[in-house]
Design a protein around this ligand. Structure first.
Ligand code: BGC
Length: 809
């Protein structure tokens, strides 16, 4: 009797058994030491892993298209990218998706009836205006939960570049002009998101503060300003919250692309700050894959065929030592090992969107800033009848455009929010706006490129009859003024920073008609960045800065207008009187360089031209400039009103002399008649003898709980030696000068309520910082004093970098 198996079957079985045995012998990620997994990888696999799977878009040139290996669409549609899986070594792909205001994935999938909407949380600028790190952490937890439940491993945020100029197109994605606020907000966000077992990617490291020519621009900045302003927020988030990844930026700093800078990526980030995760590029960022890998930019996203070829050729020629590539591969594997995709964390594809909407609504209300409230105009009392003006009263802007845009299921408009809060809305006006917006929407051209915003619908011109009728029928007027912006483009002054003629006229006409009947006018600012307010702010009775508050916009604004959530936001960025008053405006956005740029990335990059920008404002960014030079502001940093008022008292320093650290405490009392929360800001003035210093710098902040009238709370702060120090380029260290320091407790940078002094006995080196970011003899910097009170931009500031040197460690 034969057994019935043919010879060929037996051979196949034998081969299969041999293959299985071989596979069993292969190291597997997570089961074997990572170094063994790396050792088992081929060069081709290593090069594939450090280069993402690529991205395909219509019109994209062949060398930038993926996929290189593997596939991306099957993972999570609408995600920004994935890494290459290597199944024989047990290495799955991980999925990366934007972004700072919520998870960005496609809400619908082909052939499926169910949806994948995410929560649009308020923009980061609003979150920072809450000055409430617990609140931001709770937003992070909700965002992180959606990230995990939808099968994404890395959330590409938070973003923490600097509000250096009001026209920065992505300012809405960033927190503040101040690095302490940015760093602490970002740290809270990272802690919240990562508590859900997924990664974050603080971005864009570093000095990517404007959009103009962002892929090539060379930012010329002194090492001191880089350390004290632009790197400081990243330092805080890396040291305090340990993000698993960091995203390098598109731009160059002092001649070198950040993604190719060993000094920034290895010297500062890893050696000085102890970062242990992986660095990825921004999408298609940088120029030279080999230089990026060598510098410690571990992952090149989204990955191109050209990059992979370049790495393999450099391995072959010896230009890229294999152990350098191995180092980066190992870092990527460590992150993959911790990822939900590797751990097989179950995903529901059904996060609790209702619970997250409540988080979004509360956060939005807590971060709105009451700029003006004459004669107790606000809160409004339901069931008052309101006449709603402004397109955005009916079509709110929830957040900015580009990769930071979230695909949310719905937006609550202001009209819906007010009705739900029990207010009546003047119907004729609402009908007129609805018809106008529908008609204009049809005329709106599609955006020229993916990610680009459609041009805004022009503000509706409301005639005198409609205004007169509204003033007769309604109890008050509300005018919502909207602005939007996003990636690839900075904002402009005309009709964006400045109000349009139609907007200005409407404010005036509403005030005339409503004030004649002793009725109030309230302006709601639905904006993502700073605008001009000085020329019109005295006309309406109240101004609420609602920012771009996410999908619950209308509910959250109604909560604040009606006093259900008392306003407690404070500005984390200055509102200047004139754009020219901002010191960076003098050289904004930079200058195009003549002739071909040898350092430009290969091929035309969305029309970018070689360009540079000098950060001549040096450390005098935002209030550091306005306060030091005595330049008047429209609304200063830290400013915001409440429906009550607060007394600050009893500032106490633990000691009159600084020894290692110093405790300070101050008591806040609700001295008004409504509940509210106060933000306490602790500024320090340093002696400033050897180095020019801002007259005050924020070194701590805290927010009270909701205080009832008469209730008080004591807040405590600890000052460390670092809080006294400036970066001293001569010794490449943080140094604190001996002398008298003043602690200033303020309700804003211009409203100091309590002061106390302490002494530092001797000069002190607080922290050495061995990485040189600009060769010491390669630039000359002198920052003059400006002209107090004139608003002259950085008068007297001179800055130049003469001759470039390689950044070194
Ligand atoms: C943006 C990043 C974003 C990436 C992926 C880039 O254009 O600058 O912030 O994370 O795209 O979408």
């Amino acid at each position: 009797m034969t057994c019935g198996r043919s010879r060929s079957t037996l051979v196949s079985l034998a081969l299969l058994a041999a293959a299985t045995a071989a596979a069993e012998d292969l190291p597997q990620l997570g089961k074997s030491p990572t170094k063994d997994v790396v050792a088992a990888m081929t060069r081709e696999e290593k090069a594939s892993l450090v280069v993402g799977v690529g991205m395909r878009r219509p019109g994209m040139s062949a060398d930038r298209q993926g996929p290189v290996v593997g596939e991306t669409a099957k993972g999570v549609p609408g995600a920004a990218g994935t890494t290459v899986p290597i199944s024989r070594l047990g290495i799955p792909a991980i999925v990366l998706a934007d972004g700072p205001a919520g998870l960005r994935i496609a809400p619908k999938r082909e052939g499926e009836a169910r949806t994948y909407y995410c929560t649009a949380f308020p923009i980061e600028t609003l979150l920072a205006s809450s000055w409430d790190t617990d609140l931001v952490e709770s937003v992070g937890r909700a965002m992180g939960n959606e990230t995990r439940e939808y099968g994404v491993d890395v959330l590409l945020g938070p973003a923490l570049n600097t509000h250096r100029n009001p026209l920065g197109g992505r300012n809405f994605e960033y927190y503040s002009e101040d690095p302490l606020v940015s760093g602490r907000m970002a740290a809270a966000m990272v802690k919240g998101v990562q508590s859900q077992g997924v990664s974050t990617s603080p971005k864009h490291y570093v000095a990517n503060d404007h959009e103009w020519n962002r892929n090539v621009i060379d930012v010329k900045v002194s090492e001191r300003a880089l350390r004290e302003i632009y790197l400081r927020g990243f330092e805080i988030v890396v040291r305090d919250a340990r993000p698993w990844t960091v995203m390098s930026s598109y731009n160059r700093v002092n001649g070198t692309y950040t993604s190719e800078s060993p000094a920034l990526l290895t010297g500062v980030l890893r050696d000085e700050w102890g970062f242990e995760g992986l660095v990825m590029t921004d999408w298609f960022g940088g120029r030279d894959a080999v230089a990026q890998v060598k510098a410690g930019n571990d992952l090149l996203m989204p990955g191109t065929a050209r990059q992979k070829e370049a790495l393999l050729a450099a391995l072959e020629s010896g230009a890229l030592p294999e152990e350098v590539l191995d180092r980066n591969v190992a870092r990527i594997l460590e992150i993959i090992r911790r990822s939900p995709s590797f751990l097989g964390t179950p995903r529901s594809d059904a996060p609790d969107l209702q619970a997250h909407a409540r988080v979004a609504r509360d956060a939005a209300a807590q971060g709105m800033v009451l700029l003006r409230n004459e004669g107790g105009t606000l809160p409004l009392r339901a069931p008052a009848k309101l006449a709603l003006f402004g397109n955005t009263s009916y079509a709110m802007i929830t957040g900015g455009t580009g990769s930071g845009d979230v695909n949310e299921a719905y937006t609550i408009s202001l009209v819906e929010g007010l009705k739900a809060a029990g207010f009546a809305v003047q119907g004729a006006l609402a009908d007129g706006y609805a018809a106008y917006i529908a008609e204009e929407e049809k005329k709106r051209p599609a955006p020229a490129r993916p990610f680009q915003p459609k041009p805004p619908i022009p503000e509706r011109v409301v005639g005198p009859d409609a205004i007169a009728r509204a003033a007769r029928e309604a109890d008050a007027a509300l005018f919502t003024l909207g602005r939007n912006s996003g990636e690839f483009r900075d904002r402009v002054r005309e009709g964006d920073f400045d109000l349009t003629a139609v907007e200005k006229t409407l404010v005036q006409d509403l005030a005339a008609a409503f004030h004649a009947r002793k009725k109030k006018v309230v302006v709601v600012l639905n904006i993502g960045g700073v605008i001009e307010t000085a020329s019109w702010r005295d006309t309406p009775d109240a101004i609420l800065l609602a920012w771009q508050p996410g999908q619950e916009s209308g509910h959250a604004i109604a909560d604040v207008l009606a006093g259900k959530t008392p306003p407690s936001g404070r500005l984390a960025t200055t509102f200047p009187i004139r754009w020219e008053d901002v010191p960076s405006s003098a050289g904004f956005p930079g200058k195009v360089l003549e002739g071909p740029d040898p350092n430009a990335p290969p091929g035309p990059f969305r029309g970018d031209r070689a360009a540079e920008v000098e950060y001549a404002d040096d450390v005098f960014v935002g209030y550091r400039h306005f306060a030091t030079r005595g330049v008047k502001t429209a609304y200063p940093f830290g400013y915001g009103l409440s429906y009550t008022r607060f007394d600050h008292s009893g500032l106490r320093l633990r000691s009159a002399e600084f020894r290692g650290q110093l405790e300070a405490s101050v008591t806040v009392r609700n001295a008004g008649s409504a509940p509210g929360r106060e933000v306490v800001q602790l500024y320090v003035s340093a002696p400033g003898k050897a180095l020019p210093k801002p007259v005050l710098e924020l070194r701590g902040f805290g927010k009270t709980k909701t205080l009832r009238p008469g209730e008080e709370e004591t807040l405590s702060f600890t000052l460390t030696a670092r809080d006294l120090a400036s970066f001293d380029e001569a010794t490449s260290s943080w140094r604190a000068e001996a002398g008298t320091y003043t602690v200033k407790i303020g309700a804003s940078s211009e409203d100091i309520r309590q002061t106390a002094t302490f002494a530092l006995a001797a000069d002190e080196t607080v922290l050495p910082a061995p990485t040189r970011l600009v060769a010491a003899d390669s630039y000359r910097l002198s920052v003059g004093g400006g002209q107090p009170g004139t608003g002259a931009p950085t008068a007297g500031a001179a800055f130049s970098i003469t001759g470039r040197k390689e950044l070194s460690r």
